[in-house]
Ligand binder design. Structure first.
Ligand SMILES: Cc1cc2nc3c(=O)[nH]c(=O)nc-3n(C[C@H](O)[C@H](O)[C@H](O)COP(=O)(O)OP(=O)(O)OC[C@H]3O[C@@H](n4cnc5c(N)ncnc54)[C@H](O)[C@@H]3O)c2cc1C
Length: 420
């Protein structure tokens, strides 16, 4: 029986495996459905990865390569081209159903699991854009794979819907690939992408960003011929009088990532309605004992460095779990207060032995300047405040709370945004 089976060989799975191995846990296995390790990073050939972890600006494949080299050096067992289909909870251990061309159908037994399956993209079907069904409509990630890995030209006259980081990066990528990116449309009144990406991917190439706009119709029989776009009101309803026709042969959809949790559901892991990832405690342990999770499967990260750090944390806690270390006395829920959409973790333990500060990651729901992050208890008493010159929904926020501040707390802990 394995000590730990890691599902997914992207940055989260790789960092978890490396941490476990370096701490002496060798009876582990990484199972990856693709034919190579690296996850989504393999198709992200732009730079901007690893500024925190390696203090260098790397491309996605370079960042992945550093971890893959470590995996080889540490001789960590990896099973590629193998898809995990189901997880069964057998009490003190888990059964993992895997299918692969090399080994056929197998049921592997393991004491613990790290879920590191990443995320998938929302599609046209999920956002229900009306119109015909011609060729030329891609999710941004599919187009990125075609252009960067397969070397295929995706289109010439391009409209992009969605201004998250993938949409922004693809606007630049398509331009460098010789296409004319006519505009990037964003349903919200703000972009959810990193500010540096708005400057480097749109402004530097004079690509217009139309906020509060969406695609309301798709035209074309065999190949896309154009889209109808419209401004939306404060309820996101298209304003009829603003509809205009934009000729184009390609529409890229960058309308959100969804944590990939079909497997988690198969073993009754509780999911958070906001993140759509597993609810985790501060150990990155899910509601099912012995099943941990890290990376985009838990919540969508903007920076891969945070993914790696979160996975290392999960790995350290897998070891503590296997050693039978006590978790803590009482679990305290963390609540997303005013202008906070979610927190990860969603709970922590009140534990006198715990020395490390409690790290909480969260996203805000509005863009604002000169605000403070307010941490308060159930009675509304403010425990700590953190000033922020600027906050935006596209940028993950991170705070650290010293243990002495939270160890005596009862009830719930609330994180909210207030005026500075
Ligand atoms: C277009 C784009 C641009 C980005 N740009 C930046 C940037 O500039 N800087 C930055 O820091 N971050 C960037 N990111 C974010 C970063 O790439 C992600 O946060 C990171 O890749 C998430 O890592 P992960 O391991 O959680 O998921 P993934 O990288 O998605 O890896 C998940 C892995 O799990 C495997 N898997 C899933 N299900 C199964 C199964 N059932 N069985 C076996 N294997 C399975 C998948 O094949 C995949 O390899 C970008 C992301 C995208 C998509």
């Amino acid at each position: 029986m394995l000590d730990c089976l890691i599902i997914g060989g992207g940055p989260a799975g790789l960092a978890a495996a490396q941490e476990m191995s370096e701490q002496g846990l060798s009876n582990i296995l990484v199972v990856e459905r693709d034919v190579e390790l690296g996850g989504i990073l393999n198709q992200c050939i732009h730079n901007g990865f690893g500024l925190h972890t390696f203090k260098e600006e790397l491309t996605g494949p370079e960042y992945a390569h550093r971890y893959i080299e470590k995996i080889k050096e540490l001789k960590i067992p990896v099973q590629l081209d193998s898809m995990v289909l189901e997880i069964e909870n057998a009490g003190s251990y888990k059964k993992v159903h895997v299918v692969s061309t090399a080994k056929g159908y197998e049921i592997l037994e393991t004491k613990t699991i790290v879920l590191a399956m990443g995320s998938r993209e929302r599609t046209r079907f999920m956002i229900q854009i009306p119109g015909t069904r011609p060729a030329g409509i891609y999710t941004a990630g599919t187009a990125q794979r075609y252009v960067n890995i397969e070397g295929l030209p995706v289109g010439k006259e391009v409209v992009i819907l969605g201004s998250g980081d993938i949409g922004l990066i693809m606007a630049r990528r398509m331009t460098l690939n010789g296409a004319n990116v006519k505009m990037v449309l964003e349903l919200e009144s703000h972009s959810n992408g990193l500010n540096r990406n708005i400057v480097q991917c749109l402004e530097d190439y004079n690509i217009p960003l139309k906020l509060s706009h969406t695609v309301v119709n798709i035209h074309g029989k065999h190949r896309l011929e154009g889209v109808s776009i419209a401004q939306v009101d404060e309820h996101r309803v298209p304003i009829e009088s603003t509809i205009e026709y934009v000729p184009c042969d390609t529409l890229l959809l960058s309308v959100g990532l969804i944590p990939e949790n079909e497997l988690s559901k198969s073993v009754d892991v509780s999911l958070d309605r906001k993140t759509r990832g597993p609810i985790v405690n501060e150990m990155m342990e899910t509601s099912v004992e012995g099943i941990f999770a890290a990376g985009n499967v838990v919540h969508i990260h903007d920076l891969v460095d945070n993914v790696s750090a979160e996975a290392s944390k999960a790995a350290k806690n897998v070891i503590k779990y296997l050693e039978g270390q006590k978790k803590g006395d009482q679990m305290v829920q963390i609540v997303a207060g005013d202008y906070v959409s979610y927190t990860v973790p969603q709970s922590f333990f009140v534990n006198d032995q715990q020395k490390e500060a409690l790290e909480i990651m969260f996203r805000v729901t509005k863009t604002d300047r000169n605000v403070k992050i307010v941490v308060s208890d159930d009675k509304g008493e403010v425990l700590k405040e953190f000033k922020r010159p600027v906050i935006a929904p596209g940028e993950m926020e991170k705070i650290k709370l010293p243990r002495q501040l939270i160890n005596g707390i009862e009830g719930r802990l609330s994180i909210s945004i207030g005026e500075a």
